[in-house]
Structures are given as structure tokens and as C-alpha cells.
Design a protein around this ligand. Structure first.
Ligand SMILES: [Zn+2]
Length: 199
């Protein structure tokens, strides 16, 4: 990269840490930041700093502002079904489909031992504990992207769930193989939830 003043260089270096952002894109962003008014830039900087106030829900591990999220706190939601997702952001994708009214648990990733994603660093223990403490949970929906790691994770969890005498279901196979849940439209995802199948 051409030599830029250190403040620009520092912003570019920080931005290239984002997924999908290479040096050229980072430089474009840095220049649009330079073109902003100082008060706008300060607002942006402040909103980034405020991310330190984000907590994880003590029950489902989703990002939230209190120690328990609004979904776990909502006693209108059914307690007989639990939906397991890989990341906190998957919850908003499923919520947008508006067909699921149970609670969630964020696993914190998918099994991928080569990358160090082993069961002990995911919330597997917490899932088992939750099922042990809540006999009212009859069904566990495994809502993972149908790629290789998602499939491995669902197989692994389904065995544990069934060992505990609960139903394990997965999203209907209508989702394209390898599709990322994040990029699935809400109608397709809603249909996949309604048509979920036994594992
Ligand atoms: Zn929660």
C-alpha cells in the first residue's frame, strides 16, 4: 500500500480485520470516514466503544443488554421446544421468519476440531444441563447451516439429545446444501422450520 499518514494507515489496518474486507475496501472506508464531519466520526467511535456494554444472556448465550435476554424473559413463549443455533445472529434470522415461538440456546460455533472448535469450547455442557433441569423441553430443533460442519454438529448433538429421551429435529432439507442460514430468506427459513424432520 502507498504510504499514507499514520492515522489513515491505522484505520485501514483495523478495518482489514473485518470478514471480506481487503486493503482496497478498507482504504475506501477510511476515505469515507475522512470525508465525514468530526461529530459524525465521534458518534461512530462512541457506538463502537459502547459495544463493551453488550452482555451474553446467562440462559441462552445470545447477545443482549441485560443479564437475561428478552426472549428468555418472555413467559408467552413456549417452553416445550428449544432451538439450538450456532451464533447469536442466527436468532434474529429465525425471529424474522416469525414461525418459531419457543426459546433458544446459542452453541457458540460449530464442531470443527481442526480449527480448535471442540465440544468443550462450545455450549454443549450447558445444553445438556438445560435439558436435565427442564424436563418440559420435549423437542430440540437443530437450526444449523447444512454445510459439512453444520451437519457434523447436528449429528453429534442429536445423539446426545436422543440419549436424554428428547426429540431432535432439523430444518427441512429444502435449504440448499451448503447454504448459510444468515443468507437464507425468511420465507424459505420459515418453511424449513415448519417442515422440520426427525433426526
Ligand atoms: Zn436468553
Amino acid at each position: 500500500m502507498r504510504k499514507f499518514p499514520a492515522p489513515i494507515h491505522n484505520v485501514v489496518a483495523a478495518l482489514t480485520k473485518f470478514p471480506g474486507v481487503g486493503p482496497k475496501t478498507a482504504l475506501r472506508y477510511a476515505f469515507s470516514l475522512l470525508a465525514m464531519r468530526q461529530d459524525e466520526r465521534e458518534r461512530l467511535a462512541r457506538s463502537i466503544i459502547d459495544l463493551q456494554n453488550v452482555q451474553t444472556c446467562s440462559e441462552c448465550f445470545a447477545y443482549c443488554e441485560q443479564s437475561i435476554c428478552s426472549i428468555c424473559n418472555d413467559n408467552q413463549r413456549s417452553n416445550d421446544v428449544l432451538c439450538i443455533v450456532s451464533e447469536s445472529r442466527d436468532i434474529s434470522t429465525i425471529e424474522a421468519a416469525n414461525v418459531y415461538h419457543g426459546k433458544y440456546l446459542v452453541l457458540g460455533g460449530v464442531l470443527n476440531p481442526i480449527e480448535g472448535q471442540t465440544p468443550d469450547i462450545l455450549h454443549v455442557k450447558e445444553l445438556i444441563k438445560r435439558l436435565g433441569e427442564h424436563p418440559e423441553i420435549k423437542e430440540v430443533i437443530l437450526a444449523f447451516s447444512p454445510d459439512i460442519h453444520g451437519e457434523t454438529t447436528m449429528m453429534y448433538l442429536a445423539r446426545k439429545i436422543k440419549d436424554l429421551g428428547r426429540r431432535a429435529t432439523r430444518l427441512a432439507r429444502g435449504l440448499p446444501i451448503g447454504a448459510d442460514l444468515e443468507y437464507t430468506d425468511e420465507v424459505t427459513l420459515g418453511d424449513a422450520l415448519i417442515g422440520r424432520s426427525e433426526m
